[in-house]
Design a protein around this ligand. Structure first.
Ligand code: ZN
Length: 60
């Protein structure tokens, strides 16, 4: 499954932030720097699991 480009609820563009998020140890610092204040956007960023790497193991 691909990473979502926009927040499902409000439509804010989040697709470019997934790689950036991995660089931060403190998630609140990341949210403040990128001006992410709504719970819907935080939910999308924190709960998305990239399963594409897991599927590669099962590729014939
Ligand atoms: Zn949102």
């Amino acid at each position: 499954m691909l990473l979502p480009i926009r927040c499902f609820t409000c439509g804010k563009v989040l697709g470019h932030l997934f790689e950036e998020m991995k660089k931060y140890k403190d998630i609140n610092e990341f949210f403040e720097k990128h001006n992410i204040r709504r719970y819907c956007c935080k939910q999308v960023l924190l709960t998305t699991v990239d399963v594409e790497e897991m599927f590669i193991k099962f590729k014939p």
